[in-house]
Design a protein around this ligand. Structure first.
Ligand SMILES: O=C(O)C(=O)CO
Length: 278
């Protein structure tokens, strides 16, 4: 069966594709999935399959696509509201702040209008500046925009990424750096995107770190380590224990899968969701 045939197809076709025939229960966590990991599947089709699997949303969409998940009873769970900001070029440089503020002045109201609860932000690379200076700059940048986020009820999430494998020189590569920034900004609408894949590579100690810092975490990403593939037994993270920890903390945000599937992509996603259904 092709993906095209799958979508809009019968209950039997969903079952034949290994997906639940009706939306599956997914436990205490609100699970979501990152669009870029399934880029070969048209977004409408991905949303239809995600709804069957029991997901609550689609992560990392551009504004033009924000409303597509809503056709399927889902929402975009993390938006790109300021595309001027990139992983290497972000909030840690004061010369970027005016453009980031300008972008968020448009992008945050747009996210709110489409019921998108979070927008992504990046520290940028170090490029020779110290972590202390970069943190102070990032705090200053976030202080310029936090009021917009507060007024519209949208959370700006600064992503923690590894600088060891995927993003050399990225500054927000440790939880402590992100927590320092979030504490200083001290807004209910400025939090961390704790990417479990990236933080396992940099720090490990996932459960204790999540427990100690949950107050500052607004969103999670997953991905098997090493390789950023399926959450299966070939990788080293105990996803069920992590999911249980987060659910036990009564986390109210989204837990978004962000792994590049190996094998048939939708069954890989279904299996990850089941693993994290606690
Ligand atoms: O680009 C990456 O590695 C990410 O995790 C983005 O969310």
């Amino acid at each position: 069966m092709t993906r095209r045939q799958l979508i809009g197809s019968s209950v039997a076709a969903w079952a034949a594709a290994g997906l639940p025939a009706s939306p599956a229960p997914t436990g205490r966590l609100k699970q979501s999935v990152s669009r870029w990991c399934y880029k070969d599947i048209p977004l409408d089709q991905l949303c239809a399959a995600a709804a069957r699997i029991g997901l609550k949303g689609i992560d990392l969409l551009a504004p033009a696509d924000y409303d597509i998940p809503r056709r399927h009873g889902l929402r975009c769970t993390m938006g790109y509201a300021a595309d001027i900001m990139t992983i290497p070029n972000g909030l840690n440089r004061p010369e970027n702040h005016a453009a980031i503020e300008k972008a968020f002045r448009v992008g945050i109201p747009q996210a709110a209008k489409s019921d998108v609860p979070n927008v992504i932000a990046f520290s940028g690379n170090r490029r020779g500046i110290s972590d202390e200076e970069g943190a102070a700059n990032t705090v200053a940048g976030l202080n310029r925009v936090k009021r917009i986020a507060e007024d519209y009820g949208v959370t700006i999430c600064i992503e923690l990424l590894n600088s060891k494998v995927d993003h050399p020189d990225y500054m927000a590569d440790h939880t402590a750096w992100g927590v320092t920034v979030a504490e200083q900004v001290n807004s209910p609408r400025v939090k961390l995107l704790y990417d479990i894949y990236h933080m396992q590579i940099m720090e490990g100690d996932l459960i204790d770190t999540i427990r100690r810092n949950i107050k500052w975490i607004g969103h999670f990403h997953t991905g098997g380590v090493p390789g950023r593939h399926n959450l299966d037994e070939a990788q080293e993270v105990n996803w069920r224990a992590i999911a249980r920890t987060i659910a036990d903390l009564k986390f109210q945000g989204y837990f978004a899968h962000e792994f590049v599937p190996q094998g048939d992509p939708l069954p890989a996603l279904r299996d990850a969701v089941r693993t994290c259904t606690v």
